[in-house]
Design a protein around this ligand. Structure first.
Ligand code: CA
Length: 229
């Protein structure tokens, strides 16, 4: 059962929405002001948030921005009052997934909710897990793209896999054998030096100064570590 959080201060609307969604077999949580809304919205069990803009305490825009800055990607549908229609671009900029203008029919909102949930489900991978961004380095694991200070960096397949593995295990020291097993495969014989050669090439492409690497550091006699950023 999908769980929906409704953050709306107008009691009549909040109660009507709560009933509508319960009838449609959703699990429903409600909040009647901004602070309560934010504290409930951070709960990872919430599948979608219906968020009013004008709220006491903390407004809907601020809640949305705060959640996105904290890396919480729960889908959000904003409720905007008539004459207060937000620009689609503004909505997307602050990280909302869609918005509905008051007054709306329950059916219209239900349809939007279903559409957003369907869209999320067809993208099974969490966006955050597919994108790494820190210290001028940007790696899109799904698109196999890497950028350094905004410039496209062309990596070989092995270099990309190495970087991906280091990033996924950042902060941990990884030895050459593990890298050989993970990147080249357990059954393939590859000289351990191969890892160093690929690592040197990778550093030339992503480090500001390859002679003094700051992203991928060597731990003498053990292996490599990506400094977590
Ligand atoms: Ca309101």
């Amino acid at each position: 059962m999908k769980k929906i959080l409704i953050i709306e201060d107008e009691e009549s609307i909040r109660m009507a929405l709560e009933d509508d969604f319960r009838l449609e077999n959703y699990d429903v949580e409600v909040a009647s002001d901004g602070m309560e809304g934010l504290s409930k919205a951070v709960n990872p069990g919430i599948d979608l948030i219906i968020l009013d803009i004008m709220l006491p305490g903390l407004n809907g825009f601020d809640i949305c921005k705060k959640l996105r800055t904290q890396g919480i990607s729960t889908p959000i549908i904003m409720l905007t009052a008539k004459g207060q229609e937000i620009d689609r671009v503004v909505g997307l900029e602050i990280g909302a997934d869609d918005y509905v203008t008051k007054p709306f029919s329950p059916r219209e909102l239900q349809a939007r909710v279903k559409a957003v949930l369907r869209r999320i489900e067809t993208e099974p991978d969490d966006k955050a897990e597919n994108l790494f961004r820190s210290g001028g380095l940007e790696v899109d694991f799904r698109q196999y793209e890497c950028r350094k200070n905004g410039k496209e960096v062309s990596l070989t397949a092995h270099e990309f896999e190495l970087l991906k593995y280091l990033l996924q295990n950042r902060g941990r020291v990884i030895n050459r054998d593990e890298l050989l097993d993970e990147i080249w495969g357990k059954d393939v014989f590859v000289a351990p030096r191969t890892v160093d050669t690929h690592m040197a090439n990778l550093r030339k492409k992503i480090e500001d100064d390859p002679a003094r690497p700051r992203l991928i550091i060597s731990i003498r006699g053990v292996g490599y570590k990506f400094i977590s950023g």
